[in-house]
Design a protein around this ligand. Structure first.
Ligand SMILES: Cc1cc2nc3c(=O)[nH]c(=O)nc-3n(C[C@H](O)[C@H](O)[C@H](O)COP(=O)(O)OP(=O)(O)OC[C@H]3O[C@@H](n4cnc5c(N)ncnc54)[C@H](O)[C@@H]3O)c2cc1C
Length: 493
């Protein structure tokens, strides 16, 4: 039987951070990836590469992004996003359910982990396009999200593969792990189906980084609830919960928000799974500047409750709960220049019109009379005396509605009008496995399962109900590095 010190299951960001850390500890490392090479790297490849990192000011960012030019430094207000703020954001959006130990590790090790990735050869850049608006000649970052991987998700994972190759890490594609080889002494290897042939591979330690169960319609319905089989999957079709299942089969403890997931507004006509030629372009994240209506023509969320980073991940569920599982986002000319780049892709479900009545007639499956009444009521409730400012929570709200809009409220009254149809796109699931501070998987008695570690989406306990944008890659990096480092050291000890 072939053998390695450490086998990492999965081929995304968490897996490669784990593999690299294990290799750094001196271990021989094999990465086992279910997808063929051209679909490899899981959800990580689909991302924009945004990573939420705690930093105390521009000096920290210069360490991460030494390519920042003098001009960029002069024209940008990067602000600061300290440990406390990151921790508070995580606690607030998860309704104070996040596991404090996991949250603290994530926050306090975020900058150090990104510097480690940078030292290994991964490059980062400021997210000018999506996280900063230019006001009075200066860019200002908002929402705690400032840095992205160079080249987005594809750039990040291509860099990971190149670095793995340089560091002598073996990678097998089209190799789906089926189960763990274990006994009372712990885990000793994996059973893998490699290009249709089942094989056993021995290992001193195994790191699970196979993502959540978002691509498994049956598990979604079983754990997230009725209707979730109807959601579109934003990313890879390979994350079917295998790593979680394998660990549960040998006694691992289920942990975290098993009925929760990250889900967003996603083009109503997007395919069943993600399409790498479009990436994250089917998402439609500029709703804070417009209104969101359902088939009755009625609003159903506070579109401006917070910066979109703190609401987008829970509004997919709200859309799924509407009749027919769809909604329309509606904007007028005043904000069209603020719409993100994803609104200008070719494969978009969009209608436009010169009058609001003509727009109403074009909104497929929407009660036009209900919609027109809703717009009239909404328009008359906007507090226009407060100035509109997209860079801050401007407090420009509505007054007197049953469902208020808290910020960025504008009357929808200036042609042309545009509307975009969305449904629920599931990103990843929140429930998973319990790990300790070494990344070891914990069993139902609260003990470590020897030789078994986990990182990334399949770790439970960090996210409940909601999620602060850019935390998924950061979590995979921090806990991948921890798990891989510990597995590497244990395999050599
Ligand atoms: C469209 C989209 C945009 C996103 N944008 C961002 C963003 O900008 N910033 C951010 O932080 N997060 C973002 N996310 C979330 C982010 O993608 C995830 O949180 C993160 O990539 C998870 O990393 P991971 O390594 O745990 O999982 P993945 O990257 O999904 O990797 C899991 C891997 O496991 C493999 N696998 C599954 N089963 C098996 C098996 N049985 N055997 C072997 N291999 C297996 C899969 O093929 C895959 O390679 C986005 C997600 C999507 C879908």
């Amino acid at each position: 039987m072939p053998s390695y010190d450490v086998i990492v299951l999965g081929g995304g960001n968490a897996a490669f951070c784990a593999a690299l850390a294990a290799r750094e500890a001196g271990a021989s490392v094999l990465v086992v990836e279910a997808a063929p090479q051209d679909e490899s790297a899981g959800n990580s490849r689909f991302t924009a590469g945004a990573m939420r990192v705690a930093y105390n000011g521009v000096e920290d960012l210069k360490r991460l992004m030494p390519d920042l030019t003098e001009e960029e430094l002069a024209n940008t207000d990067f602000g600061a996003y300290g440990d406390e703020q990151f921790y508070d954001d995580l606690c607030r959006v998860t309704q104070y359910r996040t596991d404090p130990k996991l949250a603290e590790a994530l926050v306090t090790r975020s900058l150090d982990t990104m510097l480690w990735m940078h030292a290994k050869g991964i490059r980062f850049a400021p997210i000018y396009g999506r996280q900063a608006f230019k006001v009075e000649g200066r860019f200002k970052f908002w929402g705690g999200l400032t840095v992205e991987a160079w080249g987005g998700g594809p750039g990040l994972v291509d860099a990971h593969y190149a670095i793995a190759e340089r560091n002598g890490i073996d990678v097998r594609y089209q190799s789906r792990a089926l189960g763990l080889i274990s006994d009372d002494g712990g885990v000793h290897g994996v059973v893998v189906r490699i290009k249709g042939k089942t094989e056993k591979i021995a290992a001193r330690c195994v790191v699970l980084a196979t993502g959540g169960f978002e691509a498994n319609a049956e598990w979604r319905t079983r754990y997230l609830g009725p209707g979730w089989d109807l959601a579109k999957v934003r990313g890879t079709r390979f994350n079917t919960g295998d790593g979680i299942r394998m660990a549960l089969e040998i006694g691992a403890m289920p942990y975290g928000n098993w009925s929760g997931c990250h889900a967003v507004g996603w083009d109503r006509n997007a395919p069943e799974f993600g399409d790498l030629s479009v990436g994250d372009g089917f998402q439609k994240h500029s709703y804070p500047f417009g209104i969101l209506v359902n088939g009755r023509g009625r609003r159903f969320v506070d579109e401006g409750a917070d910066f979109r980073n703190y609401t987008y991940a829970k509004y997919g569920r709200a859309i799924l709960e509407q009749p027919g599982q769809f909604a329309w986002q509606v904007f007028d000319r005043k904000v069209l220049h603020l719409l993100r780049d994803e609104y200008r892709i070719k494969r978009v479900t969009k209608v436009s019109a010169e009058t609001i009545e003509a727009l109403a007639a074009k909104l497929e499956d929407v009660d036009a009379a209900g919609f027109l009444e809703e717009v009239r009521t909404y328009n008359s409730a906007v507090q226009t005396q407060t100035p509109f400012n997209p860079n801050v929570k401007d407090g420009r709200c509505t007054r007197g509605l049953a469902l208020e809009k808290s910020n960025w409220a504008n009357p929808i009254d200036t042609p042309p009008f545009e509307a975009y149809a969305v449904t629920c796109g599931v990103t990843f699931t929140f429930g998973g496995l319990r790990i300790d501070d070494s990344g070891s998987v914990i069993d139902t008695d609260g003990e470590r399962i020897r030789g078994l570690y986990a990182a990334g989406e399949l770790v439970g306990g960090l996210f409940y109900f909601n999620y602060p944008g850019g935390t998924g890659l950061m979590s995979g990096a921090v806990f991948g590095r921890i798990a891989g480092g510990a597995a590497g050291a244990a395999s050599r000890g």
